[in-house]
Design a protein around this ligand. Structure first.
Ligand code: FRU
Length: 440
């Protein structure tokens, strides 16, 4: 059976299940992108860190396993975390998940390090501080002024989501400073906090989970950010929790500060339920999930901007430019970029993906994305309100679509699984606009 879902520009695991991007860093002239990985099965029963590397952000090589759950302090999973390169060493900060005989969770924040980027030596660990539950994970380390900060996604014993803080002057010895940020918008649990420092302001990214207190199970989860400022050992938000992505499939983003100063963000391109994961057609080919394409993050005119990685745009090849009211194009085994530049009198339009497997409609100031759900068989929608659509950049991979709107402050992500080897996509509109198709 031919795999018609294998993506070209979205990173996928060679086998098994991939989730969060982890430990993003630049070490020895190479980009390191670790990830949560069950290399054995397409489920969440086992977690280690796998690794992709690249020297140009375009061509990635999967290097296999990097860190295994092989000590008493990470026996039930090498969970998410981050990396820092300093003093010719790559330092990893991750959560070791453990369970006792009764199945009760205990988490450790663990530190490992490598001098060659191949062998990781586990060094030290610390336990969950008082006042928090063992849902305490995903350390993210960054430098702020002259100090190292480690923020952790936590849950108080009152069952509220918070971000907690450790600080260090040398990356080895850490001291707990208490709660860095709390908000009712972090619901019952915070996962994967990240911080972007734009000097005059800071952005705190977080995933918030609604949880059942008795069963300790997840009811729903969302990803967003707060704009604000660090003041001593606290983050003071000046906005509410704003969405990072308006589509279906986006979670656990992580940022990398590239050597040229750009902040690059990858997300796990999934927010699938257990039923959707089970029914996902890529499982027949032995793997599940992908990452988003990298996004360049900026803060301009008071807004967070996410632009598609410029290396991807620069490497694209123009296929055709068109101003017809109906534009049909076929996709076989290539990723495409559909760029639409609207003239001033924008009217309603539709992009039909793979003969109706998914659609994007513009109607009454809203962009509505709909797809046929492969598990429930129902049509489901997401939408974003938009004053005026000026341009769209739509990255159409073989089972992943990412839509960047206007100056890219708003993005929608979607997995979909059309069952045609040749997919026909259509753009139609009552007026004429400039539509350009690129191969990626
Ligand atoms: C987010 C997450 C993290 C955790 C990891 C386990 O998707 O739940 O909080 O560290 O996945 O795979």
């Amino acid at each position: 059976m031919e795999n018609i879902y294998k993506n070209k520009i979205h990173l996928e695991p060679p086998t098994g299940l991939l989730n969060d991007p982890n430990g993003l860093c630049f070490f020895n002239d190479t980009y390191y992108l670790f990830h949560q990985w069950n290399r054995f099965k397409c489920d969440h029963s086992y977690k280690e860190w796998g690794l992709f590397t690249s020297t140009d952000l375009l061509n990635w090589k999967h290097q296999g396993s990097a860190i295994l759950p092989d000590t008493p302090k990470d026996s039930h999973g090498v969970y998410s975390g981050s990396a820092i390169t300093a003093d010719q060493r790559l330092r990893i900060f991750y959560t070791g998940n453990t369970r006792n005989k009764l199945g009760l969770r205990k988490s450790y924040q663990n530190i490992a390090e490598s001098t060659d980027g191949h062998t990781y030596i586990k060094k030290s660990s610390f336990e969950t501080p008082l006042g928090l539950t063992e849902n305490n994970r995903d350390p993210f380390v960054f430098k702020y002024k002259d100090l190292w900060f480690m923020i952790v996604g936590s849950q108080t014993t009152e069952y509220n989501g918070v971000v907690t803080l450790y600080t260090s002057s040398n990356l080895d010895k850490w001291s707990y400073q208490g709660i860095f940020f709390q908000s009712s918008e972090l619901l019952q649990m915070c996962e994967c906090p990240n911080l972007i420092n734009f000097e005059s302001i800071q952005i705190l990214l977080a995933c918030a989970q609604r949880k059942d207190r008795v069963l300790d199970t997840v009811i729903s989860s969302t990803t967003g950010y707060f704009v604000g400022k660090i003041s001593k050992d606290k983050f003071i938000a000046t906005t509410k929790f704003l969405p990072l992505d308006y589509g279906f499939d986006f979670y656990a983003p992580q940022v990398l500060k590239a050597p040229d100063g750009r902040y690059l963000l990858w997300g796990w391109m999934s927010n699938m339920s257990a039923a959707e994961e089970k029914a996902c057609p890529t499982i027949n080919f032995g793997y599940l999930h992908c990452l988003t394409i990298p996004r360049e993050i900026a803060f301009e005119k008071g807004k967070l901007i996410q632009r598609p990685l410029r290396e991807i745009l620069n490497a694209s090849t123009l296929l055709i430019q068109n101003t017809d009211k109906i534009f049909n194009f076929n996709q076989t085994n290539k990723a495409l970029l559909l760029q639409i530049d609207f003239n001033d009198s924008i009217s309603d339009f539709t992009v039909n993906f793979a003969t109706g497997a998914a659609t994007l409609h513009h109607q009454k100031g809203k962009l509505i994305l709909q797809r046929h759900n492969w598990s429930s068989n129902e049509i489901e929608s997401r939408y974003v309100s938009i004053d005026k659509v000026e341009h769209l950049k739509i990255f159409i991979d073989l089972s992943a679509v990412e839509i960047f709107i206007n100056d890219s402050s708003k993005v929608l992500s979607m997995r979909y699984f059309p069952n045609h080897p040749i997919k026909t996509h259509t753009f139609f509109c009552k007026d004429t606009h400039v539509v350009t198709l690129f191969e990626l």
